[in-house]
Design a protein around this ligand. Structure first.
Ligand code: HEC
Ligand code: HEC
Length: 183
């Protein structure tokens, strides 16, 4: 008899335990969900976001600081402002539409970035491995451009020292660019 009641008690205790454990289980699931969400939120502020819309040459995950630094560097090397390569926004003419590919100068600049990378990777790196810091490239925009958009033309002004520049040669792109600038 006493064994029977004991068994019933045992069953009750077992049921209670089951309820208790499943409650804990649910709590753990709910809490881990929240802590996961909290984790996401915490890490979001550290992971650099990639707001870039139209990068075809530069790394997609380039940080805002690095990209701004690079762009200022381009502008200084060529002696121009941002609007040399970036067209005005159609909605607000005071702003530039950085993602737009409307200007041919931007497309030329893409080629220039590739050319510069190519020169560094294939003709300098094998002989000057691991420059410190290794982002510093031997060849860069200013090495040729020296604060002008057309280094050849600039050098031709040095008189007899630089004779390869012929303003009458077939250079349709250069003429097109100059015509655009005069407009
Ligand atoms: C010599 C040309 C040139 C100049 C000057 C220049 N940029 Fe750029 N910019 C580029 C090119 C080329 C790209 C696209 C690179 C690519 O495709 O990977 C770009 C991309 C950008 C982007 C990313 C747009 C997107 O979301 O895709 C921003 C922002 C930007 N430039 C800002 C600037 C600012 C600010 C300046 C002035 C300080 C500036 N640029 C000057 C050539 C230039
Ligand atoms: C090896 C030398 C060299 C290097 C390095 C170089 N450029 Fe150039 N770039 C030139 C020459 C030469 C021209 C002029 C071509 C012409 O019009 O005949 C030019 C033209 C350009 C033009 C078009 C000029 C215009 O009228 O608007 C842009 C834009 C440009 N370069 C951007 C860059 C950027 C950005 C870099 C660095 C990523 C760079 N270049 C690196 C030699 C160079």
């Amino acid at each position: 008899m006493s064994q029977f009641t004991n068994n019933k008690d045992l069953m009750k205790t077992y049921k209670k335990l089951l309820v208790f454990l499943s409650t804990i289980g649910i709590l753990v699931v709910v809490m881990s969900f929240y802590s996961f969400k909290a984790d996401l939120r915490a890490s979001e502020s550290y992971v650099p976001q990639t707001p870039w819309e139209n990068l075809k040459v530069l790394p997609q995950n380039i940080s805002k600081d690095s990209l701004e630094h690079l762009m200022k560097n381009f502008a200084m090397s060529l002696g121009v402002k941002c609007n040399h390569c970036h067209v005005s926004s159609s909605t607000d003419p005071k702003e530039l539409d950085f993602a737009s590919d409307a200007k041919i100068e931007k497309e030329i600049a893409r080629g220039m970035i590739k050319m510069t990378n190519d020169l560094n990777d294939n003709y300098f790196k094998p002989y000057f491995p691991e420059p410190i810091p290794n982002q510093v490239h031997v060849v860069n925009c200013v090495m040729c451009h020296r604060g002008t958009v057309n280094p050849e033309k600039y050098l031709s002004q040095m008189g007899g020292m630089y004779k390869t520049y012929d303003p009458e040669r077939d250079n349709r792109k250069e003429k097109e660019l100059e015509a655009q600038r005069k407009q």
